[in-house]
Design a protein around this ligand. Structure first.
Ligand SMILES: Nc1ncnc2c1ncn2[C@@H]1O[C@H](COP(=O)(O)OP(=O)(O)OP(=O)(O)O)[C@@H](O)[C@H]1O
Ligand SMILES: [Mg+2]
Length: 562
């Protein structure tokens, strides 16, 4: 049976697990550890390093080291590393490549299928970016699984006979996720998910770093802010301090020679109490309450009906966090799963369901919800940007829902169906995830003809949208496959001339670019123009990647086009 690996690609750490004899087993990396820091760096010889090695050079070479790329997934922000800029997808794919390599060694076989977990509150764009990173690392991404669902799965697999309402509280390095699940007779049903993509241990680190820098400035009148090396040291000390305060009441941060004053070295010496730290993060912890309210409300449940509160994520080790949950929900949280491994274990269980190692007839079954609202753009009399909701958030998937719309003006014979995801009433603030056109509407007065738009969303991340003209039964549709359509990333190819293969393809590129220049803006040539432009881009990319076979094929295509 083909192994499918489960991967928890975290903001600060990454773990992987596989199923062996029906049980998840954690995969050990090249450093002999289960946990790999989600850090990528370029060492001083120009080689890429991942994990502990990369983390180890954070202090010495912060400009050549990247961490917490997950927070930028789905954005077009670039991360500088050495002389080049990298996208969050590229950084994540390096981490995943590392996982693929160590898993291959650990398991003694190549692993090229994966289930990767993401925060439940990741939107479609962030999910697609994750799929893209997996593909770049050479994985077939079988499923994107919500992290809290994975955690619940790792609990559920050994408690299948229980009936209970479980709230999973996952506070990790970069994201906060909360999910309410109902378990009965081996079925694990997600009732609702919510969270905050920008809340986690990283924010606590920042608060504490700021505090320490502030204290230092008060005492010595020196600002450390502009000194990236000093800040990197301070940041590392703050993380250590934060962790120590989870088990002790106070911690002394001591950093000799952090700065200089009139040629004399100055040290930072500051004792932080747990109480002081709690004061710093209080506001952030309070922000976890709203998503908790949302999941309770969306699943029609009162806090008293919860049977268990499962804690997941490294930041739940903070005593203040545990106390806050107990106070807010009136229920002591449970430590029934390993907060560091549960997500990867759950992903491995999901992987086992996919490759048939776990029998879905007898074993655990799972349903999930879509965490974001899905709909289309419509006119509502006031604005042309109105988000008409078709599938509300937190509906159990698979699901199919329909809405009927009327023609908006006299003689309307066609309509653009633009599919959006997001919570705003105005599509402007939401994400457009697809679009198609339906024509052939019989001409008539506004409001006479009806269009039915149906959305079907399944667990494989496939959204089918169909529009039907009710009077003629004519249809048009689009399948938005979140697992396949992954947005092709545009990389910077301007440096292609420096690549080794450049010499062989210089002529064809010059000819193609000449053609493009000549036909720029010509209406009749528009389609050819776009196609050729794309081919040239692909060719430059292949040249940079050193992919001779691909480049040769593209060259042929370009020649035949010109
Ligand atoms: N003993 C501790 N006390 C406080 N915080 C801790 C402790 N141990 C780890 N952490 C913090 O937990 C966070 C990492 O948790 P975890 O590995 O669960 O996150 P992640 O999975 O990488 O991130 P995410 O799930 O948000 O993408 C870091 O911010 C780390 O500093
Ligand atoms: Mg996590």
């Amino acid at each position: 049976m083909d192994t499918v690996i489960g991967i928890d690609l975290g903001t600060s750490t990454t773990e992987a697990a596989v199923l062996r004899d029906g049980k998840p087993v954690m995969v050990i990396n090249f450093d002999g550890k289960v946990t790999t820091p989600s850090v990528v760096g370029m060492d001083d010889t120009g080689n890429m390093v991942v994990g502990e090695k990369a983390e180890g050079q954070l202090l010495l070479a912060p400009d050549r080291t990247v961490k917490e790329a997950k927070r930028l997934m789905g954005t077009d922000r670039k991360l500088p590393m050495g002389t080049r800029q990298y996208s969050p997808v590229e950084i994540s794919s390096m981490i995943l490549t590392y996982v693929r390599n160590y898993a291959g060694k650990f398991l003694g076989e190549d692993v090229d299928r994966a289930v990767i977990s993401v925060p439940a509150y990741f939107d479609e764009i962030q999910r697609q970016a994750t799929v893209e990173a997996g593909k770049k690392a050479g994985f077939t991404v079988e499923r994107i699984l919500n992290e809290p669902t994975a955690a619940a799965l790792s609990y559920g697999i050994s408690h299948m006979e229980e009936e209970s309402n479980i709230l999973v509280y996952d506070l990790g390095g970069g994201t906060f996720d909360v999910t309410l699940l109902e378990m009965f007779g081996g079925v694990l049903e997600v009732r609702a998910s919510s969270g905050d993509n920008r809340l986690g241990g990283k924010d606590f680190d920042e608060k504490l770093t700021e505090y320490l820098a502030g204290r230092f400035k008060e005492k010595h009148g020196i600002s450390l802010e502009g000194d990236i090396y000093a800040m990197a040291r301070l940041h590392q000390a703050a993380v250590e301090c934060k962790k120590m305060l989870s088990t002790q009441e106070e911690y002394r941060v001591l950093l000799p020679v952090i700065a200089e004053k009139e040629g004399v070295p100055v040290e930072l010496d500051e004792t932080v109490t747990r109480e002081c730290f709690e004061g710093l993060i209080e506001e952030l912890i309070e922000r976890t309450h709203e998503p908790i309210d949302v999941v309770l409300e969306d699943s029609n449940m009162a806090a008293e009906e919860l049977d268990m509160v499962l804690l997941v994520g490294g930041s739940t080790r903070i005593p203040f966090v545990q106390r806050d949950i107990a106070d807010y929900l009136g229920k002591e949280p449970s430590f029934a799963v390993d907060p560091d491994y549960a997500v990867a274990q759950g992903a491995a269980i999901q992987a086992g369901i996919i490759n048939g190692m776990i029998d879905s007839e007898e074993g655990i079954m799972m349903t999930d919800v879509n965490p974001y609202t899905l709909g289309i753009r419509t006119l509502n009399g006031y604005t042309a940007d109105y988000m008409s909701v078709i599938i509300p958030r937190n509906v159990t998937i698979p699901v199919t829902k329909k809405q009927t719309y009327y023609t908006s003006w006299d003689g309307q014979t066609a309509a653009d169906i633009e599919v959006y995801q997001g919570e705003s009433r105005s599509v402007e603030n939401n994400h457009r995830i697809g679009m198609f056109n339906i024509s052939g509407i019989p001409s008539g007065p506004a409001g006479k003809e009806q269009l039915e738009v149906a959305f079907s969303y399944n667990q494989n991340g496939m959204l089918n949208v169909t529009a039907t003209i009710l009077s003629t039964k004519e249809e048009a549709s689009i399948a938005i496959d979140m697992m396949q359509t992954g947005m092709e990333e545009r990389v910077d190819v301007s440096g292609w001339k420096e690549a080794g293969l450049a010499e062989d393809y210089r002529t064809v590129i010059r000819r193609a670019e000449k053609w493009l220049k000549k036909h720029e803006g010509e209406e009749e040539a528009e389609e050819d123009y776009r196609e050729l432009e794309e081919l040239v881009y692909q060719l430059k990319r292949a040249i940079i990647d050193g992919d001779d076979l691909e480049a040769e094929e593209l060259e042929e295509d370009i020649r035949s086009m010109i």
